[in-house]
Design a protein around this ligand. Structure first.
Ligand code: SAM
Length: 183
């Protein structure tokens, strides 16, 4: 069901969806691995799609932890709302900073991204990354997967520490970046 919906959405908006199939559970586990669940109070997810990461965030979050999910596609977002109604939903990841204020959240501890940055025009990429940087607490972490290392230089310019893992068991194989904001 998820795979069919995803493929259908990819065929309609290939640049925005960025992949023919949802991420694998191996990639999802690599994305959530750095999260300290006992300390995390506010987490954002950008580009949730059919919710492979959202499911883990929903399962693992402690009581009182806010999870704010951004998904541009109305149908995918509505589906996630019905599956995980206790999370909060918004459409455009570029609005992360104003959405954070709207929820009276001071800063995010973690921001996870499944956005296909390399398909975006540079101005949108910059706008989203500025919002991410502004919305992350000092010492907080931006965790993003990409299918190439094209973003490495840009991320290294914005964050104090950047490292990555390679996840071969995904279609296509992917890199998970872990980017720590300076204290
Ligand atoms: C590569 S898919 C990743 C989906 C899911 N996280 C996964 O890994 O299977 C990218 C998702 O980002 C969404 N998206 C694209 N631009 C967006 C934006 N500006 N704000 C929020 N979501 C966006 C697309 O609709 C799509 O669902």
């Amino acid at each position: 069901m998820d795979k069919l919906l995803f493929l259908y959405k990819f065929l309609r908006s290939p640049k925005s969806v960025g992949s023919v199939t949802p991420s694998s559970r191996f990639l999802a586990r690599a994305m959530i691995k750095p999260i300290d669940w006992t300390a995390a109070k506010n987490i954002a997810e950008l580009g949730a799609g059919t919710g492979i990461f959202t499911r883990y965030l929903h399962q693992m979050k402690r009581h009182g932890c806010n999870v704010i999910v951004f998904e541009r596609d109305d149908k995918m977002r509505e589906r996630l709302k019905s599956l995980y109604p206790d999370l909060s939903y918004h459409d455009n990841a570029a609005e992360i900073h104003s959405v954070m204020k709207q929820h009276h959240i001071e800063k995010f501890d973690y921001i996870l991204s499944g956005l296909p940055f390399t398909n975006f025009p540079q101005d949108l990429r910059d706008r989203i990354m500025e919002g991410v940087e502004e919305s992350l607490k000092p010492g907080g972490m931006f965790i993003a997967f990409q299918y190439s290392l094209q973003m490495q230089k840009q991320l290294a310019e914005r964050f104090e520490q950047v490292d990555f893992d390679f996840v071969p068991l995904n279609i296509p194989p992917a890199f998970v970046y872990r980017c720590r904001k300076g204290e």
